[in-house]
Ligand binder design. Structure first.
Ligand SMILES: Cc1cc2nc3c(=O)[nH]c(=O)nc-3n(C[C@H](O)[C@H](O)[C@H](O)COP(=O)(O)OP(=O)(O)OC[C@H]3O[C@@H](n4cnc5c(N)ncnc54)[C@H](O)[C@@H]3O)c2cc1C
Length: 496
């Protein structure tokens, strides 16, 4: 560790944000909007922002709003459909839209550089899944938030919605689908860079690329000291507040921080692969994100989907993800990441989570042994007439699933979790899903937990209301407010 008594001359900031992915960049813009004088330092180990999980090549770019993701409406033991998570995610995504709309209105963000309107479709095959989809449709579409959802089993209508998917199918095949036209595809890498570009160069903002945060330590006065290692030099920086938005690197930094809240956590990496098609004869015809059902044992984010994507403005098709296993916690990380994260405090919970998730183990093993021919066979369930030579395999980002200590051992969690130190001086984002789409809501949570005095001040309250006109209103129970905020967001983000 380093000697904090000899650090009087170190650069001091109001906040240090580790990592330049969608999470840190969202928080840095929020903090800057709330108080432009705050001195912020963003530290990123790679040469630019948004190159890890937030890069458009590494994630699916779905604006997760629970329009089509069947895993957000799980089937309960009594056969009913639970919609709680779907409403929560839908509301949270609207908050992201609201933030982007406000920044766009002020000329700080250009929606067309990262956001495209795209229908979101759920697609299932066979009587059992069709019956569940019908239940989901009935539950969701009766509520204003999902009232625009359409349902069909009609092949002619489906041919209109998803012509490529319907090509070559027998009329007798049982297929059910729902559609919400107001869905989105998002280039989160581009959004991350837009956020950073918007604040970089301001007097109060510093961004250090190609700089790794090696270690961090808190002194008795509550200051955090971070040791940074750049390509040419090493330095120590200081702040009263640190956000670890380091993606897969966050767990290791949380462990190094030594805060007791970090002792309950371990991580399990799941890697991903996509099939990508750039052939215009296909990319021009398919215009939707089409989500299917997950295989038994598959983690929820491994639901197969066929997506229209815009990456750096170029239109393509993506199918996957195919899960895999690599012990890296970051795509550009080290194979030792997983092994280094195993500590006496989390070993038992990892073991327990492993025993409780044997289906996941089997699923990953099966995915690991797949050949490209197998992957094309899976794609054929979506595109019966697929031409294999049009599709190339590409490596996606890493997701580190959270394993959390419980009284009975440990549990594998599929969502994201914000961990904060008891004094609110350190906040850490762990986990993966629904991820980037809900970054704005997650960062507001960080502000409420760690900057609560400031959040109560009239200056911050006023600016929050300018950025989020629906703040404090539950749009899930206030129909008029829901319509008003959607109208504003659609207009300012050109989603009409
Ligand atoms: C296959 C896949 C599909 C996905 N699909 C979707 C989707 O459709 N929709 C959606 O909303 N989300 C999706 N996600 C999730 C989403 O990509 C992530 O939740 C989000 O990008 C995480 O952002 P982040 O800023 O936390 O992490 P990252 O983007 O990974 O950024 C973390 C940054 O921290 C840096 N860093 C790490 N350690 C250090 C260190 N010690 N010092 C300095 N810098 C460090 C890294 O280099 C990196 O740039 C998907 C993810 C994957 C992997």
């Amino acid at each position: 560790m380093f000697n904090t008594s000899a650090t009087d001359s170190v650069n001091t900031y109001d906040a240090i944000l580790v990592g330049a992915g969608i999470m840190s960049s969202t928080l840095s813009v929020l903090l800057h909007e709330l108080d432009p004088d705050l001195r912020l330092l963003i530290v990123e180990r790679l040469s630019s922002a948004g190159l890890e999980s937030s890069s458009a090549n590494n994630n699916a770019g779905t604006g997760h709003a629970a329009n089509c993701e069947l895993n957000y409406t799980p089937v309960q033991d009594d056969g009913g459909i639970s919609t709680t998570k779907a409403f929560e995610i839908n509301k949270s995504f609207e908050q992201s839209l609201e933030f982007w709309a406000s920044l766009a209105e002020e000329g700080k963000l250009m929606p067309k550089t990262f956001l495209n309107k795209l229908p979101h479709i759920s697609l299932v095959f066979g009587d059992k899944d069709i019956s569940l989809l019908e239940k989901r449709f009935a539950e969701l579409s009766s509520h204003p938030a999902f009232s625009q959802m359409e349902y069909t089993m009609d092949h002619d209508e489906l041919k209109d919605w998803i012509p490529l998917v319907m090509d070559g199918r027998e009329k007798s095949e049982k297929i059910g689908a729902t559609r919400i036209k107001r869905g989105t595809d998002i280039d989160f890498g581009s959004l991350t860079r837009s956020y950073i570009n918007q604040i970089e160069g301001k007097e109060s903002i510093e961004v250090d690329y190609s700089t790794n945060v090696e270690n961090l330590q808190q002194d008795i006065e509550g200051n955090w000291y971070l040791s940074l290692e750049g390509e040419k030099n090493k330095k120590i920086v200081r702040s009263k507040f640190v956000f670890l938005g380091a993606g897969g690197g966050a767990l290791s930094l949380l462990q190094k921080s030594g805060i007791s809240e970090g002792l309950s956590y371990a991580g399990f990496p799941v890697s991903g692969k996509w099939l990508i098609c750039e052939e215009e004869k296909s990319t021009k015809i398919h215009n939707a994100k089409v989500y299917g059902n997950a295989a038994v044992g598959a983690p929820p984010m491994s639901v197969p989907h066929l997506d229209t994507r815009w990456i750096n403005g170029k239109r393509s098709l993506l199918f996957g993800p195919f899960a895999g296993f690599s012990s890296n916690f970051l795509k550009y990380g080290s194979k030792l990441d997983l092994f280094r994260s195993i500590k006496p405090t989390n070993f038992v919970s990892m073991l327990q989570a492993g025993i409780d998730n044997l289906d996941l183990g089997k699923y990953l093993l099966n995915q690991l042994t797949q050949t490209n021919k197998d992957r094309i066979e899976t794609l054929k369930t979506f595109l019966p007439l697929v031409s294999a030579s049009d599709w190339k395999l590409s490596i996606a980002g890493q997701r580190v699933q959270i394993i959390k200590k419980t009284a009975s051992g440990g549990v594998l969690k599929m969502g994201t979790e914000v961990v904060t130190s008891s004094d609110g001086s350190l906040a850490v984002l762990l986990g993966a899903s629904p991820g980037a789409s809900t970054a704005v809501t997650i960062m507001i949570e960080v502000l409420n937990r760690c900057w609560h005095e400031k959040m109560k001040s009239s200056q911050w309250k006023k600016r929050m209301l300018e950025l989020f006109p629906s703040l404090g209103i539950d749009i899930n129970s206030n129909h008029e407010a829901l319509l008003a905020i959607r109208k504003r967001n659609d207009f300012l983000l050109k989603l009409i």
